[in-house]
Design a protein around this ligand. Structure first.
Ligand code: SAH
Ligand code: SF4
Ligand code: F3S
Length: 475
């Protein structure tokens, strides 16, 4: 998915990163992404920013002199993983130094934003800490770090970031865009669910202008993208004013639909409170908008939803799904659920199971509640014990699976349009997605990547389908 530059691009007018580099040779960077799709998108931009300063991107640690870890803070495990990952870079750093280089470790993303200078205190291997609003500064920060300084840049200036991102988006890149490309249209969150760090790590909701989104979309499609996945922590709250006109997400989808070679549009992640009638109607009226929605419910108990500050009830969620299904009968839904939120009783958990049973999700991401310092949930004195969380998680996962299996099985035998995105693991195999976001594997020529084919689904696995190509589209 990630669009990575395989060679650097120089631009004139100022001291180049390459020649400023003490090694007097082209720098190479490894950029690793953790967490959500927005981090994957941001890693592409980080690669662009570095690329425009002559740094090429590699996946081989042995040949890199810069490592950027784009981190996630959402659960304790995710955040702690980063520290063990940093620990493994000790040998690499030593080897590069021994070879006369000046290796740099930069920590980006939500752990960087949440922990700032604390990262430098905990891990002396780290040279640069840079939050999600400051990636445009990364080349400069790395240059300063090469002079022996340790730097922390976690200011919030989202508008400036978007402005720079727009420009980075226009940096020519030697590789083609992914067939299904991410495009951030909104960043940050004002919802303050009591379990969640995102409002603190990504700041308040900020939306890009329609003009800048459309320009990037056109460029991505010209570079080969056939599907765009519009990203935002609260993407369906998208709202912007341009030329005295109000734009919501449905308006944006309508404008994007006019891009001829763009076949499919998706968006993630949505909040149940922000599913507007316009957006629901868009699922009925706009054929390029795919019949799939990731709509986190978090719990099926109103008591817990209130404690989570979700601002919706289980019934509101049920009715909403009903209205969307009325608009488009073949809609598929996925969700996020947290078990073991403080105070969750057996009855609350049963209510969650009842919701999952009733809706029939095509997939569900299930999590044990993880205490996050600084969020209201961390202060609650009725935390749930680990064994209870564990037991509930297993029970919920079994239920999700039991509900999902017949849904998938009933699709076997049908013919669905699949947009092929990449080669599969086996020779001669290609893989793509159905309209409802299921992975479909088929035997086929790699030349079909980027094209939509009618595929008969022949069998259903736990997370994907096998299929046989019936006909390729004319494109
Ligand atoms: N609005 C964003 C949220 C990203 S977090 C989005 O909806 O994509 C993704 C999921 O992680 C959330 O929906 C929630 O289910 C889960 N999550 C967030 N904080 C958590 C925590 N403290 N413990 C366990 N799961 C959490
Ligand atoms: Fe977190 Fe809630 Fe905002 Fe999603 S809506 S990012 S879960 S605070
Ligand atoms: Fe993780 Fe930050 Fe995304 S905390 S889920 S990388 S917004």
């Amino acid at each position: 998915m990630l669009r990575i530059q395989s060679s650097g691009i120089r631009h004139g007018g100022r001291t180049s990163f390459v020649t400023a580099n003490s090694e007097k040779q082209a720098s190479k960077a490894v950029v690793r992404s953790y967490g959500c799709q927005m981090n994957v998108y941001d890693s592409g931009k980080i690669s662009n920013f570095l690329g425009s300063e002559g740094v090429s991107i590699t996946t081989e640690l042995g040949e890199a002199d810069i490592v950027v870890l784009n981190t996630c803070h959402i659960r304790e495990k995710a955040a702690e993983k980063i520290y063990s990952e940093i620990g493994t870079l000790g040998e690499w750093k030593q080897a590069r130094r021994a070879a006369g280089g000046s290796p740099i470790v930069a920590i980006a993303g939500c752990v960087a934003q949440a922990e700032g200078a604390e990262i430098l205190r905990r891990q002396s291997l780290v040279d640069v800490v840079v939050g999600p609003q400051s990636y445009q500064k990364l080349p400069d920060l790395i240059m300063q770090a090469r002079a022996g300084r340790k730097l922390v840049e976690i200011d919030f200036a989202t508008a400036e970031k978007f402005d720079r991102l727009d420009r980075a988006a226009h940096t020519p890149a030697p590789t083609r865009a992914a067939v299904s490309a991410f495009l951030t249209i909104q960043e940050g969150c004002d919802k303050f669910c009591t379990f969640c760090v995102v409002p603190y790590t990504r700041g308040e909701e900020v939306c890009r202008t329609p003009a800048s989104v459309l320009a990037e979309a056109q460029r991505l499609v010209a570079d080969g993208a056939r599907e765009l996945v519009l990203l935002g922590q609260n993407v369906n709250a998208y709202s912007s004013i341009e030329d005295d006109r109000d734009w919501n997400l449905a308006d944006l989808v309508a404008a994007l639909s006019d891009i001829g070679d763009l076949e499919r549009i998706r968006y993630t992640t949505s909040h149940p409170r922000d599913m507007s009638p316009d957006l629901i109607a868009a699922h009925r009226d706009m054929p390029k908008l795919m019949p799939f929605l990731h709509l986190p419910a978090q719990s099926g108990s109103d008591r817990i939803l209130r404690a989570m500050n979700r601002r919706h009830t289980a019934d509101h969620y049920r009715r909403l799904i009903g209205r969307i299904r009325e608009a488009r009968a073949d809609m598929a839904f996925s969700t996020d659920i947290i078990v073991g939120f403080p105070g969750e009783t057996a009855a609350d958990f049963e209510a969650t199971c009842a919701l999952v049973e009733e809706i029939g999700f095509s997939s569900a991401f299930t999590f044990k509640y993880s205490i996050r310092a600084g969020t209201p949930g961390a202060e609650a004195d009725d935390q749930i014990e680990e064994p209870v969380k564990h037991e509930r998680l297993l029970a919920l996962q079994a239920l999700v699976e039991r509900r999902r299996r017949p849904i998938n099985a009933s699709a076997v035998g049908s013919v669905v349009p699949v947009l092929f995105e990449k080669r599969g693991r086996h020779p001669g195999q290609i893989v793509g997605r159905s309209p409802t976001f299921q992975s479909v594997f088929a035997s086929g020529d790699a030349a079909l990547i980027g094209r939509t084919c009618d595929v008969r689904l022949t069998s259903a696995g736990p997370n994907s389908f096998a299929g046989a190509i019936v006909a390729a589209s004319e494109r």
